[in-house]
Design a protein around this ligand. Structure first.
Ligand code: HEC
Length: 636
């Protein structure tokens, strides 16, 4: 997945690559990487890290474990994305104390500052919204998860949404939260239970706030960014209300949903490059955690590529006990000769799961969409819809959408680890969806959107059968379909990102078609299309289309665009009913100033008469921002 690739280049920087003079064919890729690196440095106000005093300490004391050698040790790339104070605390009084023994506190600070390129400020208090006077509401609807339910439909029924189409034009900002500490992305989709809003954030703070006013019930600090939604449910014999989420280091957490106290945490996978990007799913007391990885970005020609396998881990939500773990690729990688550089090659590897699993409770199955293979030959489970048995985890079937897609970053910089044949590097980024009753004779379909702009519908009872296929966008490394479509039982709504210039150095033929589409679920026929007008007027990092996941209520579809505008569309016609600019500066309930930007990851959510959206996606050439915005009818 290339999104992650850009991230890696940004995070690990150019120094490791800079000494090899790239051949002319790679000049464009080099330019793109240099731009990404510079942009991120500027965004974070960083200096050249290799000149910092912590650089040598890192090489001598940390590098031997944190560059892929040791199971469980998060790769340097991930450690660099942690907040500076969280790294410092891991060394000073946390789990890395033994490994950093002998370093003074100042040296620990220097290592932490080297890794993030930012100064440590231990005196910094995270500004908090005011504490709520009462304990929250005893009742109120629930709205959970990435796709708002096991089928991942991204549809919110009227009893939960509490918002009529006729009132949508009167929506106004009611309250906002501005994520503090220089946050530049906000991508955890808010969830709701009994009038409480739960959301994760870039500095690892998880918030439980009153949905109507933004006052605080509690917060919890994870050691790395929480980009998954927070899942809340009553579980176990003691009927405890728990809140569950994952962080960037591949760790799943359970906290007490009434006060934020940690109950358990676990590492979902031992591979050093493992991470959790897709939202876990909670069903019947079991948490299903999808695992993806950054191994394809291990571009070093001396790296023995590749051994990671995508997986799902089923965990008992009350105890943290692992019930089963099942891989997309059935067997571990084995050696397949050596590269032209004389380094061992391993295959099959890859088929990571970037997205949130879909549960088909009726058939007892779980569906996931996978990314490309990392080494050749590509396993059949790459770029595929894979079905697992919900009870046992057994891999039941695989529907491969694109065959032979073996790719890694070695291809981008022309080193010996690039697989032969080199694949197109497609991925299923957005989650699969179960369109219940969406098929021709009221049967079910499984729909999946690809980054190349194609939507595919397959028959879950005859999984090798493609029922229809429709190309709606030009596609690029950032979609096409990137984060999520919606289905309201009548139409399938497909957001298309189609960045004008995705800056990955590749040429994508055809015209861009950024915007929103509605399809007939049973046939894929187009009902309407709304290609977004240009509201960017040449503004840098501004783009028209929809990257983030969308949300449907009866008669209205909400889409958060890359131009910073949140738009509400009439479900029947595609006409824009309401729009607002999320990039306007605001002061949050926590007293922090902020503004939105492009929307990416989890998009808008409608709950109990209000509309909520996280805005800001200062990654991969999008507008940065740091706010959670809450709109109500007339702002009341
Ligand atoms: C001997 C191997 C080894 C060395 C040396 C080492 N680490 Fe680690 N590190 C690990 C392992 C293993 C983990 C994962 C532990 C776990 O999650 O239980 C880890 C985890 C971490 C984490 C994540 C903590 C968290 O809260 O998730 C940070 C940060 C970290 N190391 C920083 C460092 C730094 C900085 C150095 C150098 C001063 C260092 N480590 C040296 C093996 C090592």
């Amino acid at each position: 997945m290339k999104l992650l690739r850009v991230l890696v280049l940004v995070a690990s920087g150019l120094p490791a690559l800079a000494h090899a003079a790239p051949p002319p064919a790679d000049m464009e890729a080099e330019r793109v990487k240099a731009e990404a690196f510079t942009a991120s440095m500027e965004a974070k106000g960083q200096v050249n890290r290799e000149t910092l005093p912590g650089a040598r300490l890192y090489r001598e004391r940390c590098a031997m474990c944190h560059e892929g050698q040791v199971p469980k040790a998060p790769h340097k790339t991930f450690v660099s994305l942690m907040p500076t104070d969280a790294i410092y605390h891991a060394l000073a009084d946390g789990i890395m104390q033994p490994q950093s023994a002998g370093l003074s506190l100042t040296q620990k600070q220097q290592v932490a500052e080297y890794l993030t390129g930012e100064q440590l400020d231990l005196a910094r208090q995270i500004p908090m919204p005011p504490q709520c006077a009462s304990e929250g509401h005893a009742t109120g609807p629930r709205l959970m998860g990435w796709g708002f339910g096991p089928r991942n439909e991204h549809y919110i029924p009227p009893a939960v949404a509490g918002l009529l189409a006729a009132d949508v034009p009167r929506l106004q900002l009611k309250w906002a939260l501005a994520y503090p500490g220089g946050a530049f992305r906000a991508r955890s989709r808010p969830t709701f239970d009994q009038g409480v809003l739960y959301v994760g954030s870039q500095d690892g703070t998880v918030y439980a706030l009153d949905a109507k006013t933004g006052c605080r019930h509690w917060t919890f600090r994870a050691s790395a960014e929480v980009r998954t939604p927070v899942l809340v449910d009553v579980v176990g014999p003691t009927a405890r209300r728990v809140a569950l989420f994952g962080d960037l280091n591949g760790r799943a957490y359970a906290v007490d949903a009434t006060n934020g106290t940690l109950l358990w945490k676990l590492k979902a996978d031992d591979h050093p490059t493992a991470t959790i990007t897709g939202a876990p799913v909670l069903h019947d007391g079991v948490l299903y955690v999808p695992v993806s990885s950054l191994e394809e970005a291990s571009a070093d020609p001396s790296y023995e590529c590749c051994t990671f396998r995508g997986s799902v881990v089923a965990v008992a939500a009350d105890s943290g006990k692992v019930l089963w773990k099942s891989y997309t690729i059935l067997k571990p990688a084995r050696q397949r000769g050596v590269t032209t550089a004389g380094i061992k090659r391993f295959a099959p590897a890859g088929s990571p799961i970037w997205n949130s699993p879909t549960l088909d409770v009726k058939r007892g199955l779980m569906y996931v969409g996978t990314g490309n293979a990392y080494s050749a030959p590509a396993d059949i489970s790459s770029d595929a819809v894979v079905a697992f048995d919900l009870q046992t985890g057994k891999r039941q079937w695989v529907h491969q959408v694109v065959a032979n897609d073996a790719w890694n970053v070695g291809c981008m910089i022309g080193n010996a680890n690039c697989p032969t044949p080199e694949g197109p590097d497609l991925d299923i980024g957005a989650g699969t969806m179960l369109l219940a009753g969406g098929g021709a004779k009221g049967g079910d379909l499984v729909a999946v959107g690809m980054k190349d702009g194609t939507v595919v519908a397959i028959d879950p009872d005859h999984p090798q059968r493609t029922v229809w296929k429709r190309k709606l966008g030009r596609g690029s490394i950032q979609g096409g379909v990137q984060f999520g479509m919606a289905y309201d039982g009548r139409r399938l709504y497909v957001p298309i990102s189609d960045m004008a210039n995705s800056r990955d150095g590749k040429h994508y033929p055809g015209d861009i078609q950024p915007g929103l589409n509605a399809l007939v679920p049973s046939t894929g026929e187009i009902l309407w299309r709304n290609i977004t007008d240009d509201a960017c007027h040449g503004r840098d990092l501004c783009d028209r289309g929809i990257l983030a996941s969308i949300a449907a209520i009866d008669d209205v579809v909400f889409g958060g665009h890359m131009d910073g505008r949140l738009r509400a569309y009439a479900a029947a016609t595609g006409q824009v009913l309401w729009e607002t600019d999320t990039t306007t500066e605001i002061v949050g309930v926590n007293g922090v100033k902020g503004h939105g930007g492009s929307m990416g990851g989890g998009g808008p959510v409608v709950y109990d008469g209000m509309v909520y959206v996280n805005s800001g996606y200062g990654l991969y050439f999008h507008l940065p921002g740091n706010v959670l915005l809450a709109y109500s009818v007339d702002g009341r």
